[in-house]
Design a protein around this ligand. Structure first.
Ligand code: ADP
Ligand code: MG
Length: 703
C-alpha cells in the first residue's frame, strides 16, 4: 500500500514546489503527483564528461561543453540590434565568442571577467569562424556542487514553466528531490522471473538511471527496461481481454460447409481464388468451427480481393442458418458492395438487402421485417445498420469493411445484435505496419492477403510538375482513345474547404474545355452533391458513359471500375501517404497497364518529397505504411486514439519493433501458463489490473 500512497502524493507537497509552481506543472505538463514527475523522462542527455577545446569545434558538432575563462565582454551594435559579446579563452589559448541578443543586461551583470566557467551550447559558424549563441554558463566553482552525473538529463519544458524557474535544470532539481524521497519505495512491476530471464534492470534502478545515468550503457539498459515495460502492459491488456472474451463467449458454431457455399464456389465464382484468399477462407472456417467467437482482422492491400472472401464467409453463415451483415463506411461503397454481391449471387437466386441513411421508410420497414423473420439472409449497409431498430432473427456474422473509420463502441453495438455475439471480421484496405497492427488490433486474430490476383500489371507511378500538363492531357487523350477511363482527383481538406472547392471547380472547367463534348464526357463528384446525384455520376462512370471522373477524395476507398487506367492526383503534395496509396488503388484493377500521375508544384517540403518518392518507388502497401508511420508517428494515424499507443512515453512503435514483438511473446507465454494470473510470480500483473481499476466482476468471472 505504501507505494501507492507515496507516488500519488500531490506535487505541491514536494520541497521547492509551492502552489504556483504546482499550478503550472499541472497545466503545462500534466504533472499532478510525485509519480507523474518521475515519469517525466528526459528526452536527451548532455555528455558532461567530455570537454571540447575551442580549436576542436567543427560545424558537424551538435551541443558542446567547454571550459575556460571570460577575458572580455562588451555590448555592440546600435539600439535596434544590440548584442552582448563575451570572449572565452581556454587553456590552450583558443578564443571563442559567446553571443547574446536577448537578456543582455542580465547576462552582462552576471558574467565576470577573470572567472572560470563551464560553457555549454550549440556552435554556430560564420565565415568559418565558430561562435556560441546564447550558451549556458556555470561557474566552475559552483558546478561542482551540482549533480554528479556523467550524462545530464534534458527535460522538455515550456516558456510558461521557465517563468517559474522550471527550465530543464529546474525540473532536474525537482526530479532529484523527489527521487531522494521515494526511490527506496520503487518496487518491481514486472514478474520477477521475467526480469531475471531477460536480464532487465530492476524498476528502481531503471528509474534512477534514466534520470541520472552513471554511464551510457546503464542508460541504454534503463531505456530498454522501461520501454519493454510499457509495451508489455499494453500487450497484457490486449491479450488478456482477448482471452477473457474468448472464455466468456461461446461462438455460434458453423458446423457444415453447405450447398450455398459449395455451389457458389464450384459454379459461380468468376475466377480462381489466389492462394492467399484460400488460406484466409480456411482460417475463418476454422474459427467459426471452433465453438469460440471469432474476432479477426483481415488485412489486404487494395485490390487483393477481400470482397469475395467476405461473400464466401456470408454464404458459409447462411449454410448454417445464420444471417450476415456487411458494413461499409460510405454509401457509395455500400451500394457498390451491394451491386457486386447481387450480380454474383443472382444466378443462385439469393436475395441481398441494402440499408443506408437514404433508404426510404417503406423499404426500411420491409427490410426490418425480413430481417426479423429471418427471410433475408444477407444485408449490406452503412452505419444505418447499427441502429437499435435493426434486429435480426439470428445474426451470425458481421463483416466490417475499412474498419479504421468505425469506433470501438460501434463494434460493441453489433455484438449485441444476437444473444450469442456474432463472429466479427474486420477488413482493412489500409495496410498497417506490423507493430501498429499488434497494438491497434492486438485483441484480434490477424489474417493477411499478401498476394494480388494473377495477371495484374504493377501500376506505373510518375511524379510530374505543372510544366508537364500539356503532355499529360495528350496522354489522357491517348488512353481514352484506347477505350480507357481516367480519374482526376483534387484535395479537399476541411480547413481550406472554400479554396479547395474553387480549385476543384476551376480544374473541372479547364478539363471540360480541354476535353470537349461530344467527343469527351466528363463526370464530377464531390462532397457537396446530394447522395443521389453522386451515385448517378458514379454509375455513369462505371457504365463507361463518361471518360473522365473529376472528384475529391470521396472516391478514395473501395470504388471499383476496372476499365479506369489512369489516376491523376492534383496537388499530390497535400495528401498523406495512405491516402495516396488508396487513391492509386482505384486503378490497376483490370488487365491493362495502369498509371498514377502525381502532379505537384515545385515547392515541396522535405516530408512531401519523401512521400512522393515513396509512391514512385513502391506499390507495396505495407512498405508504404511503414514509411508513413516513420513520418507521422503513431499519433497521427487513424484509430490510434483509443488504443493506448499514445500513452507510451518512451517506446516508439516506429523504432522499437523488436522490443514490441518480444514483449508480446512474453505476454503470450505468461497467459498460456497462467491464464488467470493466479500464480505467485504473476502477482505484479494482478496488482497492475487492480490499480488500473479493472472491473472486478470481469475479474471474478475469469478467475
Ligand atoms: P479489395 O481487397 O481492395 O476490396 P476487391 O475485393 O474489390 O479488392 O477486388 C478487386 C478486384 O479483383 C475485383 O474486381 C475482384 O472481382 C477481383 N478479384 C478478386 N479476387 C480475384 C482473383 N482471385 N482473381 C482475379 N480477380 C479477382
Ligand atoms: Mg474493398
Amino acid at each position: 500500500m505504501e507505494r501507492k500512497s507515496f507516488f500519488d502524493t500531490p506535487i505541491e507537497f514536494l520541497k521547492g514546489v509551492g502552489p504556483s509552481k504546482a499550478d503550472v506543472l499541472k497545466k503545462e505538463l500534466k504533472i499532478f503527483t510525485y509519480g507523474d514527475l518521475i515519469q517525466h523522462y528526459p528526452f536527451r542527455y548532455i555528455d558532461r564528461t567530455r570537454f571540447y577545446r575551442i580549436n576542436e569545434i567543427s560545424p558537424d558538432l551538435q551541443y558542446i561543453q567547454l571550459r575556460g575563462q571570460i577575458v572580455e565582454k562588451q555590448i555592440l551594435g546600435d539600439v535596434r540590434k544590440k548584442r552582448l559579446v563575451a570572449t572565452l579563452k581556454d587553456d590552450r589559448g583558443g578564443h571563442l565568442e559567446l553571443i547574446w541578443f536577448q537578456g543582455i543586461k542580465f547576462v552582462e551583470k552576471n558574467i565576470h571577467i577573470g572567472k572560470e566557467y563551464i560553457v555549454f551550447g550549440k556552435p554556430n559558424f560564420f565565415n568559418l569562424k565558430p561562435s556560441l549563441p546564447h550558451p549556458e554558463l556555470e561557474l566552475v566553482a559552483e558546478a561542482k556542487k551540482e549533480f554528479q552525473t556523467a550524462l545530464q538529463p534534458v527535460y522538455s519544458s515550456t516558456e510558461k514553466l521557465k517563468l517559474f524557474f522550471l527550465d530543464s535544470k529546474g525540473l532536474m532539481r525537482l526530479v532529484y528531490t523527489v527521487l531522494q524521497q521515494v526511490a527506496q519505495y520503487i518496487e518491481e512491476t514486472l514478474p520477477p522471473d521475467i526480469v531475471n530471464q531477460y536480464k532487465l534492470l530492476s524498476k528502481k534502478e531503471a528509474i534512477i538511471q534514466i534520470h541520472f545515468p552513471t554511464d551510457p550503457k546503464l542508460l541504454q539498459r534503463a531505456q530498454v527496461r522501461l520501454k519493454f515495460e510499457e509495451l508489455f502492459f499494453v500487450q497484457l491488456r490486449l491479450l488478456f481481454n482477448k482471452q477473457v472474451k474468448k472464455r466468456l463467449h461461446n461462438g455460434n458454431m458453423f458446423s457444415t460447409v453447405g450447398d450455398l457455399f459449395n455451389s457458389f464456389y464450384k459454379n459461380h465464382l468468376p475466377f480462381e481464388l489466389t492462394n492467399a484468399q484460400k488460406r484466409v477462407v480456411k482460417e475463418i472456417r476454422q474459427d467459426t468451427y471452433s465453438g469460440l467467437q471469432m474476432n479477426r482482422l483481415l488485412q489486404g492491400d487494395v485490390g487483393s480481393g477481400k470482397t469475395v472472401v467476405a461473400l464466401l464467409i456470408m454464404l458459409l453463415a447462411a449454410d448454417n442458418g445464420f444471417q450476415s451483415c456487411m458494413m461499409a463506411p460510405t454509401e457509395i461503397l455500400a451500394i457498390q458492395h451491394y451491386n457486386s454481391l447481387c450480380s454474383l449471387l443472382k444466378p443462385m437466386g439469393i436475395d441481398v438487402g441494402l440499408l443506408t441513411g437514404s433508404t426510404r421508410k417503406k423499404q426500411r420497414e420491409h427490410l426490418h421485417e425480413a430481417l426479423m423473420s429471418g427471410e433475408l439472409k444477407l444485408l449490406v449497409g452503412t452505419h444505418a445498420l447499427i441502429e437499435d431498430k435493426v434486429q435480426f432473427q439470428n445474426l451470425g456474422m458481421v463483416i466490417i469493411d475499412e474498419q479504421h473509420r468505425f469506433g470501438v463502441e460501434q463494434r460493441a453495438k453489433l455484438w449485441k445484435k444476437n444473444t450469442k455475439p456474432p463472429h466479427i471480421l474486420v477488413m482493412t484496405a489500409t495496410p498497417i505496419p506490423r507493430t501498429l497492427a499488434m497494438t491497434l488490433y492486438g485483441d484480434l486474430d490477424v489474417s493477411i492477403i499478401d498476394e494480388l490476383p494473377a495477371g495484374r500489371k504493377p501500376i506505373s507511378t510518375l511524379h510530374k510538375f505543372e510544366n508537364h500538363r500539356l503532355r499529360l492531357f495528350g496522354f489522357l487523350k491517348e488512353e481514352i482513345a484506347k477505350g480507357r477511363q481516367v480519374y482526376i482527383v483534387y484535395p479537399l481538406i476541411e480547413e481550406s474547404e472554400k479554396m479547395d472547392y474553387l480549385d476543384l471547380m476551376n480544374g473541372y472547367e479547364h478539363i471540360a474545355k480541354t476535353f470537349p463534348v461530344p467527343e469527351y464526357r466528363v463526370s464530377i463528384v464531390h462532397g457537396k452533391m446530394k447522395a443521389q446525384e453522386k451515385d448517378m455520376e458514379m454509375e455513369r462512370f462505371k457504365r463507361g458513359e463518361t471518360h473522365i471522373m473529376v472528384a475529391t477524395t470521396v472516391i478514395e476507398v473501395g470504388v471499383n471500375v476496372p476499365n479506369a487506367t489512369v489516376m491523376v492526383i492534383e496537388n499530390a503534395e497535400r495528401f498523406g501517404l495512405s491516402q495516396l496509396h488508396q487513391l492509386r488503388g482505384r486503378v490497376g484493377r483490370g488487365a491493362e497497364q495502369s498509371y498514377c500521375i502525381l502532379m505537384t508544384s515545385h515547392k515541396l517540403s522535405s516530408e512531401a518529397k519523401i512521400r512522393l518518392d515513396t509512391m514512385v518507388r513502391t506499390n507495396n502497401g505495407f512498405e508504404i505504411s511503414e514509411v508513413d508511420l516513420k513520418l507521422r508517428g503513431p499519433g497521427d494515424i487513424e484509430g490510434t486514439q483509443q488504443s493506448g499507443v499514445l500513452d507510451l512515453k518512451l517506446a516508439d512503435l516506429s523504432k522499437d519493433q523488436q522490443l514490441l514483438i518480444e514483449a508480446r511473446k512474453v505476454v503470450e507465454q505468461i497467459l498460456e501458463n497462467d491464464p488467470s494470473l493466479i500464480q505467485e510470480k504473476n502477482l505484479n500483473l494482478r496488482l497492475y489490473f487492480r490499480n488500473k481499476g479493472v472491473n472486478e466482476i470481469t475479474w471474478e468471472k475469469i478467475s
